[in-house]
Each structure stands twice: as C-alpha cells, then as structure tokens.
Write a protein that binds this ligand. Structure first.
Ligand SMILES: [Zn+2]
Ligand SMILES: [Zn+2]
Length: 218
C-alpha cells in the first residue's frame, strides 16, 4: 500500500540521470552500447539475432532480441530492476523491447526465480518487464515456468553452469502452451544456459517456436 502511494506521489525519474518523466530517459538510453544481433551461443553475427545454423542442434531458442551489452551504465539500469525492483524502469525497458523489432509471438512468459529468492526480494525482475510488455502489446502473459533450484552462476566455470542449470525448470499451465509462439523475457543473458533450458522444457511441454527478449548480454 505504502509502495503504491509513494509511486503515485513521486514522479518517476531516470535511473541513470534522475531526470523526471520515465524510469530511463531517451538521452541515457541512446548512450548505452547496443548489442549487435548475433547467435547467443557462439556470438556469430546473424540476421535478426537468430541462432546460427551450427548451433541450432544445441537449443530450441529460435531467436533473441537483446538490447545492450552488459557494461558501463547498463549495469546501473539492470541494478534498478534486478535489485531495486523499480516498475518505472521495467516499463521503460518494455518500451525499448517493443521498439526492437520483436518477432511475432502469441504469449509472453519470463525466466523465474526460486520461490525462496522470490520471497526474499518480493518480485522477479524479468516478470516486471513481462507484465509491462503484455500491457503494451495486449498479448497475454502466463507464468509457465517454475524454478525448482537456484544455483548461483557467479564464479562457476562455463561447463559447471551448463550442468547446474539442467532440470532446474518445470512447466505449468501446459494446456495454454500448445503450439503457441512464446516470448520468454530475461534480464541478463550470460552463458545462455538458463534460456536454453527454459526453451527445452517449454518445447517438451508442447509450445511452438520459442523466442527470447532480454535487457543485456554479458
Ligand atoms: Zn537519463
Ligand atoms: Zn551459433
């Protein structure tokens, strides 16, 4: 309640320069280093951020839309949503994603946290963006994925990350998924192990093509 009142009273300010009006102003957003469309697994430059032909056997993700490279001020933007849970920043990010030539999709979902982490923070950063994007695009948003275990990736080697993330996710509401083109929202893509696993379980549960939209790539 208090949070709601303060949101109504305090106008939203740019997370980087504090200018009033939006969670991320156009000037600051324009200064961030764009992520070049590429295969998220091997970084080969591809048309529209498609997965390249040599990586297609490794993943059920068809294409990624990633806004920026994770460096400089992008860290501040990610912090605003990931650790402060700012909905005005989520809204600005959803708008950016909408302008990023997203593929055609039927339904939106997001990469979840474990229930414990969610309770601790009170929100899930990619969910904040997914909700806003759903409102803007008028496409339904469904919480399809649950995370059974969270294994911290920081410090873990590349191989270990891929092993750890296996079978960490499961799917609910699978009947709503049947044949649907799904857009999965994430905040920061690192090795790509997480989104690869999310796409695998979504496809196993019967979804159509899986696309990913994310804020940044490490
Ligand atoms: Zn700004
Ligand atoms: Zn590739």
């Amino acid at each position: 309640m208090l949070k709601l009142i303060s949101r109504l009273l305090v106008p939203s300010c740019c997370v980087l320069c504090n200018e009033e009006g939006s969670g991320l102003c156009n000037a600051c957003s324009g200064g961030l280093e764009k992520h070049q469309d590429a295969c998220y697994l091997c970084n080969a430059i591809t048309h529209d951020g498609r997965v390249c032909s040599s990586c297609q056997w490794r993943t059920r993700v068809r294409r990624t839309n990633i806004l920026w490279n994770y460096q400089g001020d992008v860290e501040g933007v990610v912090h605003g949503i990931k650790y402060d849970g700012r909905e005005d920043v989520a809204s600005a990010l959803a708008r950016r994603l909408m302008l990023s030539e997203l593929p055609y999709f039927d339904i939106i979902t997001f990469v979840p946290d474990t229930p414990a982490r969610r309770r601790e923070r009170g929100y899930v950063a990619p969910q904040l963006i997914a909700r806003e994007l759903s409102r803007m695009t008028r496409k339904p948003y469904v919480e399809f994925l649950t995370r059974t275990q969270h294994t911290p990736q920081v410090g873990a080697g590349r191989e270990a990350r891929w092993r750890q993330v296996k079978s960490n996710f499961s799917v609910k509401h699978a009947t709503l998924l049947e044949g649907k083109r799904v857009l999965v929202i994430d905040d920061v893509v690192t090795t790509g192990a997480t989104i690869t696993e999310c796409a695998r379980v979504l496809k196993l549960a019967g979804s159509g093509p899986v696309f990913v939209a994310a804020v940044a790539k490490r």
